[in-house]
Design a protein around this ligand. Structure first.
Ligand code: NAD
Length: 444
């Protein structure tokens, strides 16, 4: 099959490269000329483990192409995937569909022969209907169907998720659309990946419902962590004890600084707006969104409290800036809600992230960016672990302590260290929802 991806960002580029790896011929189109030029030279504009290899292999084997020439790429395609951004619209939290609308107009003009237009972007319920109407208005003669195929990949594990998905959701009631989508995903179907066919609106809603549910799970355990801190219980044991129940499952039960990223914050907001307009308020998701925003901004106070109530003229070292490990994505990262209030309270900030420094630099003015965790810790009064990169899990705590000012404090917002170990090295230690040693109880 000949496939065209409109948008060569996280989703478009990973999906395009993986589709090429299945044997399809894929052209990735982007309006960002620098991005396309970089890709043509073999430079990958995002950090995603394994992506460089899969792109290089498929380019070399003549199945993966990059261009800014949308017309030609669409005219030649059996299926055109819309994988452009759908950020929050400023002011009201609705999904901003301007990129989707622009892409649809361009696709309409270029259609030739029967073509399946696939929305891979996360779009509000009814967007497929609108795209269909817009394309039909522009090109009454065109032979096309619009199918919803939401993407569930996680940044940092996107290739694994794409190649071994929990499920593939396809929203269409058109038999030709169904046939083309079955053919595109046949390699995965043979791998027994469940292919769920439904109508277009249900497919669109499955994506939002899934993200809202995962966001709820995180927020639930975060509230349990707060309760644990009041009661002297250990949230990690609570999560383990809950997660062993098959009906609950262990994933997304890690207490932390609140969810961020390119999807959950904007998708929960967009779902709330969609529901409001449909006259069916979503009280749980609305609360989840509010609780999470408050949680992210409360993390600065947690650091201030850990230093005895003031960070004036103190140095705060931040480990981890991206919204999660194994990505360079800074969208809605908890670090962005943490650092500015600390600066406002008088702290000097030093920071290190294994992959996110280039993306973070313009977003975090007056932050001293360093080259490794030890340089980051130098002269700091408190070290705050914000993103749980693997390389932060086995730091040489003695070396960190020597680099820091006397009476060092470690605030571990991801619970990656055993409290006893950190305290044994002479740190004052704070984590999320776990008791401290000085309560006089044994800590595992
Ligand atoms: P992104 O911002 O990384 O990439 C979007 C790309 O589209 C950019 O390179 C941009 O230049 C390009 N673009 C915009 N308008 C265009 C046009 N008219 N023609 C060609 N290119 C155009 O976004 P992303 O993170 O890949 O997300 C894309 C969609 O997928 C969003 O709806 C998002 O919610 C959804 N999604 C994202 C993830 C994720 O982990 N990032 C996971 C699942 C779903």
């Amino acid at each position: 099959m000949r496939l065209t991806m409109i948008g060569a960002g996280y989703v478009g580029l990973v999906s395009g490269a993986c589709f090429a790896d299945f044997g399809h011929v894929v052209t990735c189109v982007d309006t960002d000329e620098n991005r396309i030029r970089a890709l043509e030279k073999g430079d990958i504009p995002i950090y995603e483990p394994g992506l460089d290899h899969i792109v290089a292999t498929n380019v070399a084997e003549g199945r993966l192409f990059f261009t800014t020439d949308l017309d030609r790429a669409v005219a030649e395609a059996d299926a055109v995937f819309i994988a452009v951004g759908t950020p929050s619209r400023r002011g009201d939290g609705h999904a901003d569909l301007s990129y989707v609308d622009a892409a649809s107009r361009e696709i309409a003009k270029a259609l030739r022969g029967f073509t399946v237009i696939v929305t891979k972007s996360t779009v509000p319920v009814g967007t497929g209907d609108k795209i269909e109407a817009a394309v039909r208005a522009e090109r009454p003669d065109a032979d096309f169907v619009v199918v919803s195929n939401p993407e569930f990949m996680r940044e940092g594990a996107a290739i694994e998720d794409f190649k071994r998905p929990n499920r593939i959701v396809v929203g269409t009631t058109d038999s030709r659309g169904r046939d083309v989508m079955s053919e595109i995903y046949r390699p995965l179907y043979l791998n027994q990946a469940p292919l769920l066919f439904t109508d277009r609106r249900s497919a669109e809603l499955i994506k939002y419902a899934s993200n809202a549910f995962l966001a709820t799970k995180i927020t639930f355990i975060n509230e349990m962590a707060d309760l644990c801190e009041k009661l002297g219980a250990d949230v990690q044991d609570i999560a383990r004890g809950m997660g062993l129940d098959n009906r609950i499952g262990p994933k997304f039960l890690h207490a932390g600084p609140g969810f961020g990223g390119s999807c959950f914050p904007k998708d929960t907001l967009a779902l709330i707006r969609t529901a409001e307009e449909a006259g069916a308020g979503l009280r749980i998701v609305t609360m989840v969104n509010e609780i999470n925003e408050a949680r992210k901004t409360s993390m600065a106070q947690r650091v201030i409290d850990a230093l005895g109530g003031s960070v004036e003229q103190k140095t705060v070292a931040i480990l981890g800036l991206t919204f999660k490990p194994n990505t360079d994505d800074m969208r809605e990262a908890p670090s962005l809600a943490l650092i500015p209030p600390l600066q406002k309270a008088g702290a000097q900030i030093r920071a290190f992230d294994p992959q996110g420094m280039d993306q973070a630099a313009p977003l975090l003015p007056n932050v001293m960016l360093t080259h490794d965790p030890y340089e980051c810790a130098a002269g700091a009064d408190v070290l705050v672990l914000v993103t749980e990169w693997e390389s932060f899990r086995a730091l040489d705590l003695e070396r960190i302590k020597v680099a820091m000012n006397p009476d060092p404090v470690l605030v571990d917002l991801r619970n990656i260290y055993p409290p006893a170990e950190v305290q044994a090295h002479g740190f004052a230690y704070q984590s999320i929802g776990r008791p401290l040693l000085d309560r006089g109880e044994s800590v595992p």
